[in-house]
Design a binder for this molecule. Sequence first.
Ligand code: PEP
Ligand code: CO
Length: 468
Amino acid sequence: MSGADTNSNGQPPQWTPDSWRSKPIKQCPDYPDKAALAKSVSALKRLPPIVHPREIVQLKEHLRDVAQGKAFLLQGGDCAELFDYCEQNAIESKIKLLLQMSLVLLWGANKRVVRIGRMAGQYAKPRSSPMETLNGKQVPSFRGDILNGFHADERDLDPNRLVRAYHHSSATLNYIRAAISSGIADLSKPLDWGLGHVRDPALKAKYEKAVHFLQDMRSFMHTIGAENEKFHTVDLFTSHEGLLLEYEEPLTRLLDDPTAAQPRKAYYNTSAHFLWIGDRTRQLDHAHVEYFRGIANPLGVKVGPTTPTSDLLALLRALNPAREPGKITLITRYGAGKVASLLPAHIRAVEDSEYARTVVWQCDPMHGNTQSVGAGGIKTRRFSDIFSELQQTLRIHKEQGSYLGGVHLELTGDAVTECLGGSEGLDEDDLSTNYTSFCDPRLNEKQALELAFLIADHYRSERAEESV
Ligand code: PEP
Ligand code: CO
């Protein structure tokens, strides 16, 4: 399909928000109560957009800068967001952590940082098995709060959860916007961000150095009169895996394209600014790729050991026929032991094609590094594996002449004990202390900040080498 293959509404031919229904689909729930499903879908259809096309387009422009090496993308949040996380402290601690990390990255990479939360809608989870064992009993797997509940007596699919997801997503984003516009991110008082939780004195001193650097820069800008209102605040965009198409379809709206010189409409998914296709649902001829090819949002595609190199270009051609820079983020997640043998061919396939320099390369060092430990088979990840995949990815992009534009992390602002290692040296015995994830293990605030420093250090030493 070529870039010219669009109809008068700008969407690809033979595409409608429901054309995915005629394709084979993976991970699709079979709701027993079709009438209740229809009722929820029609309620979603008339509710207002959660995000606006103007914001979606703004993010796409930022991602174009990332694709061209001018900015860095930080994306992070829970593996499975719960409705219960729609609460002031949980939202604030995640915003603060993402801001702290982005400050460190800005200091290290010397580039603007674009922030996207896995927040305000990350409620649907793909599962490898339809059943799981809970307290010794076989029950339907937990598929995320938008489908069923974690507790054993809530495992049946409940279509009312679609509408509850909309309301929790909107309330979360509403509070993100309120907190940001009220100065949670005011760079003029970064020490109010609360560094109390950073216990390691060396890490704390490094962080304070970065903060002081930014404070000095701000006071310098003030002195020369170059201060800009925008500096007082930051943007935080939202994202989730676009897994549950029964939810995504009714929130897909034909709206004015804010970038068009002449009045023109396009289909926007208004449930989040950015959506991605997961590792289990990116089959070329299946429903998810069909749905995603018609929407104007920037999109992510997970790429892993099971992605044939030949699929990559076919995916880009299907999802981004106009070759818009920044439209597609390739989220690579191979695992520390596989990245070196698989990533180079994926990079060459894209960068030697007509898509060179159009994609954002983003490293997800989490999903290829999950393992079970101990007698109970607790799901965990080693900080050293996460860092190793990231470090190898940085090196490989450098060797290949491409740009690693971002990271995609599972993290939380709370002091959880779900990933092993880091400077606190969490070991297997510590995992049970505060393991609260209902899905994959997340980096805690300290491990997440530490990772940001390791990335910052990489860029700072690279710049130091270049200036010699
Ligand atoms: C995720 O991002 O939580 C996830 C399930 O990842 P993947 O699709 O890469 O396995
Ligand atoms: Co996950």
